[in-house]
Design a protein around this ligand. Structure first.
Ligand code: ZN
Length: 190
């Protein structure tokens, strides 16, 4: 769901030109960025015994992808963002961090806990769309296409005003290539 998260960043960027694209991109992936050191230290793990293909892994991200962990990360990122881009920017970034979790909730198998470290053994969350690779691939494609369309339209609006067509074309092309690459990463499980 790498690409799906970026698709959301592209869509949000179209609506909030004040918050820079890199910040939105980082915010949509923040839970997975935090997952990397946890994975390296073995605190969180990926179980790919079920297969290595698209969406086949069970992910034990018991801290970064717990409800409470997500809320804490969204809050920290939101507060930091508010210092640079005002309270609206802060709310936007916080919401974008949370959007990662919501999207993961749709696709993950039931592997996301409520409390960090799955304390209390509460029910694990995840609607498991990944069990149907075609459906999850289709959902991802829809998000990416919609995100790109919104981004491209916003560039068109802005470039008409700024009379800076070349820059808009460059930004649109870079975004298109990035989204296509991230889609390929997801589909081929690279
Ligand atoms: Zn994730």
């Amino acid at each position: 769901m790498f690409a799906g998260h970026f698709g959301i960043a592209a869509a949000v960027r179209a609506k909030s030109p004040k918050v820079p694209l890199w910040a939105l991109m980082a915010a949509t992936q923040l839970l997975d960025i935090a997952f990397v050191p946890m994975l390296l230290t073995g605190t969180e793990t990926i179980d790919s015994s079920g297969g290595e293909g698209y969406g086949e892994a069970v992910i034990h991200a018991d801290y970064t992808h717990s409800v409470v962990g997500m809320l804490v990360l969204a809050l920290i990122a939101g507060l930091a963002a508010a210092r640079w881009w005002g309270s609206r920017g802060g709310i936007t970034i916080g919401a974008v961090v949370a959007s990662h979790w919501l999207l993961d909730l749709i696709v993950h198998r039931a592997d996301m806990p409520i409390l960090p470290g799955n304390a209390g053994d509460l029910p694990l969350l995840g609607l498991g769309l990944w069990k149907f690779p075609e459906w999850s691939a289709a959902l991802e494609l829809i998000i990416v296409t919609a995100g790109f369309a919104m981004y491209a339209l916003s560039l068109r609006r802005r470039s008409a005003r700024l009379q800076n067509k070349a820059r808009a074309w460059t930004a649109g092309t870079v975004m298109g290539v990035l989204l296509l690459l991230s889609l390929a990463t997801d589909y081929f499980g690279i």
